[in-house]
Design a protein around this ligand. Structure first.
Ligand SMILES: [Zn+2]
Length: 496
């Protein structure tokens, strides 16, 4: 029997943070927002080229799907890994029912006297434009009671920022006759996974409030496996949640071209931290602490450690303490295939041998071309056999050139500054070209060099001083956690 779960193992690292829930709740919101934004970014740059022309966002390059040889008609969905074709964002609540739907109701109390109807317990979810007050009004609760309830509740819950789909449990005593009003006996709401607020009507008609704070524990999850098909599909199958998966792909994309470099037998291994409440609710979307990916069928291996330098963003570093982010992108296109490398070759149009001073990336016409690094545009316009061409000058005596564009992006002209990853134009076949592709050049002190070799060794920022010392401690800690987790490497073989 194949049991996928056995390839993952959870380990409590026993960090109890119940007493600081207030500060953490802010953190959780930020994490949730960041992970949503991160995921939106991944989705964004995997969308078909036509739908995002002109858009600009700094980001590394991720090649996630292969596509047929250029010239073969390509279905639009060829660009979209199956999991990206989604109707709902990954972390959204279930479809909210229409306004005021009562999802569950139960008779919880028999009438104590024949004059009083029994009370009802019900679960309501907020619909779009809904509020706690509106729900209570719909249920026929007296206006004064609604006001009291909302005022009391507002001291504990930010009522205006409750999401669509927010669950509210209510206990109501319906009106005894047509002229009377329903009575709210109790209301329970969980505005965050860690907090539950219960409001109850006292004998005297006032409402009392009780807040339960659930203990939150960070748990480590590790997932590993062989890459079959794509890194995304394999990591998902091994149980890597989406937010950490997107994070991992972004970080590896500075070193790995997912389309060219992954071969049969390559493996991934990832350790994720995720927080849970004591009653089993997920508090966050999870984050990658450490990850490893091999390329070339195990020929090379890349490792990431999550770390936050004292002055700087939290991101990933290799074991040597170098940021995974590089000055130049390895591939200035999100979806591409190398169709011709740097070096001597017979020119396909001119039919004689000469130096191919760049790298050709075959890509469908209209594919956005990204600035490989931040810099200043020094040339933008027609350039003979290069067709529509853009040249950017970067720090350190480097310059990049982009040829055969179908068009140059609006605003990209001489002396304008561009950001790394900014869309500067679109793939075409202008000039001396046999089909749609990007001819990409890298110049160092005015001479063309091989962009693929150069990008591999491009300089990275390295941690130093106190940051490096702290980083080394963190590496030892993460290595220890990873090595002390039990991971069943191959659940299939295990059960054979
Ligand atoms: Zn070329």
């Amino acid at each position: 029997m194949l049991d996928r779960r056995s390839s993952r193992e959870s380990l409590s690292i026993g960090r109890v943070r119940g007493h600081v829930w207030r500060q953490l709740s802010v953190g959780v919101c930020v994490v949730a927002i960041l992970s949503t934004v991160g995921w939106a970014m991944v989705r964004f740059f995997l969308e078909p080229a036509a739908s995002r022309e002109g858009a600009a966002a700094p980001r590394p390059v991720i090649d996630l799907e292969s596509y047929p040889e250029s010239g073969t008609p390509m279905p639009e969905t060829a660009f979209l890994p199956s999991f990206l074709v989604l109707d709902t964002p990954p972390d959204s609540p279930p479809d909210p029912p229409t306004s005021g739907d009562i999802l569950a109701a139960a008779r919880v109390e028999q009438a104590s006297t024949s004059l009083q109807p029994p009370s009802l317990e019900m679960l309501v979810r907020l619909a779009k434009g809904d509020s706690v007050a509106k729900v209570l009004h719909r249920l026929g609760v007296a206006t004064g009671d609604v006001g009291n309830t909302v005022a009391t509740l507002a001291e504990h819950v930010r009522l205006k920022s409750l999401p669509i789909g927010q669950a509210i449990t209510l206990r109501i005593r319906p009106a005894a006759d047509a002229g009377a009003k329903a009575l709210l006996l109790a209301l329970t709401i969980r505005p965050e996974p860690r907090r539950e607020i219960t409001l109850e009507r006292e004998e005297d008609g006032d409402y009392s409030v009780e807040e339960e704070v659930f203990e939150v524990t960070s748990k480590l999850q590790r997932a590993s496996g062989e890459v079959e098909g794509s890194v995304i599909a394999s990591a998902e199958a091994a149980g890597v949640p989406r937010a950490p998966l997107a994070e991992m792909l972004r970080a590896f994309s500075w070193d790995v071209n997912f389309q060219h470099d992954i071969k049969t037998g390559d493996r991934f291994d990832v350790m994720i931290e995720r927080s849970w409440t004591s009653d089993g609710h997920e508090v966050d979307a999870g984050r990658v602490l450490w990850a490893e990916l091999t390329t070339g069928g195990g020929a090379e291996s890349f490792r990431l450690y999550r770390f936050k330098p004292e002055a700087g963003e939290e991101f990933f570093y290799n074991r040597a303490g170098e940021s995974v982010v590089k000055a130049l992108l390895r591939t200035p296109l999100n979806m591409s295939r190398i169709s011709s490398r740097f070096g001597l070759r017979r020119h396909p149009v001119l039919k004689f041998t000469r130096l191919h001073a760049g790298v050709d990336f075959a890509a469908p016409p209209g594919t956005p071309i990204l600035a490989a690094g931040a810099g200043r545009v020094v040339e933008a316009g027609p350039n003979g056999g290069y067709g529509k061409w853009v040249k950017i000058s970067h720090d350190g005596g480097l310059a990049t050139g982009y040829a055969h564009m179908s068009r140059i992006a609006p605003g990209v002209r001489r002396s304008v500054r561009v950001r790394q990853g900014q869309v500067i134009g679109f793939v075409g076949s202008t000039g001396l070209s046999t089909g749609p592709h990007l001819h990409f050049e890298l110049h160092r002190h005015g001479r063309p060099v091989n962009p693929l070799t150069m990008a591999r060794t491009a300089e990275r920022t390295r941690l130093a001083g106190r940051d490096l010392a702290r980083f080394k401690e963190r590496v030892a800690e993460l290595d220890f956690l990873r090595d002390t987790m039990t991971v069943v490497e191959d659940p299939v073989a295990e059960n054979r």
